[in-house]
Ligand binder design. Structure first.
Ligand code: 1PW
Length: 206
């Protein structure tokens, strides 16, 4: 797999993999394979680990769900095939179902995408400001009061942006390039997966 490269330069590995996912999608009519999607999602896991102890729980939740999707990829060729099975079994919204895990993982990816968008336009060294905005946009509407309070307390323990980039072995300039590339590629991929939910009439608001 992507071993050394992924641990050395996580942002480079992420940007490269997601560029590949966007290419796999082509003009949007091709089906995305579950294998490449879940491996692209697993490359994002180290980012959560760089957010410090406060986000250990978020990291564990994300990693476990990505792991489930990687396992499902041995059984299903495409995301659509995997979701179809949950629809036939009437297990779409069941705790731990592949489809439910996919929706959670998709939100994790979207959170990183939105966080990066905010980082690109935020002056200064704060990670708390862009991370809080991204959380409020992507996750907060789906989380209970208790989780929202825990997350907002965790925001005070985030590293600074420069500490975060240092943990990722990046300089400001190289990081910006990879971040821009990821945002550009992830946008249509997230939109595609979102659309799979919508066209199957599963909704994304749960
Ligand atoms: C690089 C990202 C930067 C900022 C920090 C991100 C904070 C993300 C917060 C996630 C908090 C995880 C709390 C877990 C909640 C679960 O109950 C929930 N999972 C998610 C991902 O919302 C539902 O999972 P379930 O019930 O389907 O197992």
């Amino acid at each position: 797999s992507n071993g050394g490269e992924a641990t050395d330069r996580p942002l480079f590995a992420i940007a490269t993999a997601w560029k590949g996912l966007q290419a796999e999608l082509g003009d949007g009519h091709a089906a995305l394979t579950l294998r490449s999607f879940s491996s692209g999602c697993s490359l994002i896991s180290p980012l959560f680990g760089c957010l410090g102890i406060a986000f250990k729980f978020a990291e564990k939740d994300y990693v476990a769900k990505v792991h489930d999707l990687c396992g499902a990829a041995k059984e299903y060729e495409t995301l659509t095939a995997m979701i179809g099975q949950d629809i036939r079994n009437d297990t779409v919204r069941n705790g731990g179902s592949h489809t439910r895990n996919l929706l959670r993982v998709l939100r994790g990816v979207d959170m990183v995408r939105v966080l990066f968008e905010h980082i690109l336009v935020t002056e200064g060294n704060s990670l708390k400001e862009p991370a809080s905005k991204a959380y409020d946009q992507v996750f907060a509407p789906h989380h209970s009061w208790t989780i929202r309070k825990a997350v907002s307390a965790g925001m005070f323990m985030l590293p600074t942006k420069s500490q975060f980039l240092k943990k990722l072995h990046e300089e400001e300039d190289s990081a910006r390039t990879h971040i821009e590339e990821f945002v550009k590629s992830a946008t249509p991929v997230v939109e595609y997966v979102n659309n799979v939910f919508v066209t199957n009439e599963l909704g994304t608001d749960w």
